[in-house]
Design a protein around this ligand. Sequence first.
Ligand SMILES: Cc1cc2nc3c(=O)[nH]c(=O)nc-3n(C[C@H](O)[C@H](O)[C@H](O)COP(=O)(O)OP(=O)(O)OC[C@H]3O[C@@H](n4cnc5c(N)ncnc54)[C@H](O)[C@@H]3O)c2cc1C
Length: 655
Amino acid sequence: MSDRSDQELGMRRNITRRDFLNGAAVTAGAAMFSRQLFAAEQCELVRSEAEKHSPYYPPALTGLRGSHVGAFEAAHCLRDGTFFDTFPTAQDTGERFDLIIVGGGISGLSAAHFYRKRAGANARVLILENHDDFGGHAKRNEFRVGNAFRLGFGGTYSIESPAPYSNVARGLIEELGIDVPAYPKYHDAKLYPSLGLHSKVFFDKETFGDDRLVTSPASFSGGEKDYDSANQRDAWKEFIAQAPISAQAKADFERLIHDPTDYYPGLTSIQKKAKLARISYANFLRDVVKVHEDVVKVYQAVPQPLFGLGIDAVAAQDAWGFDLPGFRGMNLDPAPGKGMNRDAIPNAEAEKYFFHFPDGNASIARLLVRNLIPQAIPGNSATDVVLAKADYSKLDSESSPVKIRVNSTAVRVKHIGDPASAKEVEVAYVRDGKVYTTRAKNCVLACWHVVIPYICEGLPEKQREALASAQKVPLLYTNVALRDWTSFERLKTNAVYAPGCYHTRMALDLAVSIGGYECARKPEQPIVVHMMKTPCQPGRPSREQHTLGRIELYNTTFETMEREIRSQLARTLGAGGFDPARDIAAITVNRWPHGYAYEYNSLFDSFWLEGGETPCEVARRPFGRITIANADAGAYAYTDEAINQAWRAIGELKS
Ligand SMILES: Cc1cc2nc3c(=O)[nH]c(=O)nc-3n(C[C@H](O)[C@H](O)[C@H](O)COP(=O)(O)OP(=O)(O)OC[C@H]3O[C@@H](n4cnc5c(N)ncnc54)[C@H](O)[C@@H]3O)c2cc1C
């Protein structure tokens, strides 16, 4: 994406970077997975009992994080049917638990929390997690730039949900001490506006013929209702005038925004919504509103943060739910239409329930861990947890009834005997290049549903198929620590939508100070800029896009990602004096090939329009002494769902 040399981009600068095996090596590594891959000299993160030794501290690692090297090779070998050729035997640890939980994300940690309420604080619980850190998608990234300490969210960004938090999920958040209504106290919402910073759109020359940063009247993330006040009219006029799009596209854009038209005259609201549920927003713009292709290109990446898909694969009915333009003249009944994605159904009450910790919902994961294993995370409030340093050597301690065993991938889960009458479940897991078994009275699978058919023996075929259909949405959440943000200030922007670029969004960190943590308030101070990419393949069905995107993420080297990041920042901010070689202090790319839970889509999932039992309901059926949690179990990519499903899974356990 860049004409600049690697030297100008700062590719060889000594930033803090941890990239001992890059993406290409990983793909090869997965294919020839062997004990050697886990040998200490090749991959220090999975060396024997690594967590017990200082300085084991995953949040401070930079480079390629998220689904990191060492976390997924065993699971990929299971998928490919080669795992047990390599590891025919397993060693029994001799441990016996009341409950084994597979998956140390918010759902797995919540399941442990709910189980202890039911079975008592002395209940013996083992949580197995394949990554080097707990929290799953709720991942903490730490940076030190000079004397400044900066936090970033490597995944789950905030407490928020399109639907109101249930009593169960809200109850847990309150029990952890998080005071959601107090959020405005911590967030300096006036900081960026006080410096005159706005949302902008970056038009790139490959897509639009010219590199241009244009002040935008909208954030291009949906929810824009005001197109017609005098200010907004002027702002849209200016934006359209500045945008490097054709004259016809400019006229069409004006018409789309300011000319309410009923594109389906003569139909009832129900009939119109039925049509809108079956046409993509891209095709609606193209074939029904008949706008120039440049306008489609401007909107292409708008729904990516919610769906991981562009408007080619999002229904026009859902676009209506997000308040995207084109529907104001259609007299649609405001009630949600059949087949709408739950993300697209506006709910004012739910929107008020918002809280962002500087490390995102990693703070929720850390609060749960503190409850489960108090010695692992010091402190006693939901605010002091922000700066509390976790002691990873305490996660899996002999003396604690709850153990979190990271770097441990469950590879087989089976009942001892007939599932209907079995008294125990055996779980085999790989760790430090060896396979171990251990047993418990019960097991909760709080891991990704696509993994379960490969690890859980004896599941009914229909359930296996339903589990396998929960294709996760791939994403990159990139955090770049900058030495300062004077270039943003000079260009008067804090957030940029870039529909044609590698990362389609970038934004300065939200100005949140909490529990002794201080955000950057002056442009001369270090800051984290967050960038987001969804590796879509526009024009294909949603699940296919996700599969191809996942392959792309596993096959892209960190070096390629780094070059894209430096180049995009340079092109976007260069006019503000940004120098990638000088200004970038560290880069952490959180790679999530298995990201958001798959949410049903009226364009591709006919059952979602027709009604009846959904795949996630089939997938989460209890199986003997094994129950199934994770946000996948609700086909809903939110923390509240991860908690709700944990609560249900614990409720379904046999006594
Ligand atoms: C980039 C990103 C941003 C997000 N932002 C938000 C947000 O702002 N707000 C929100 O509410 N939600 C957000 N989400 C959705 C997020 O998925 C949920 O909120 C929640 O964190 C999911 O928790 P979980 O425990 O269900 O799944 P996960 O967090 O995925 O945890 C499951 C864990 O199981 C592990 N696992 C899988 N297989 C095995 C195995 N065989 N053995 C051992 N462990 C295994 C996985 O590695 C993973 O760590 C985001 C998701 C992503 C990817």
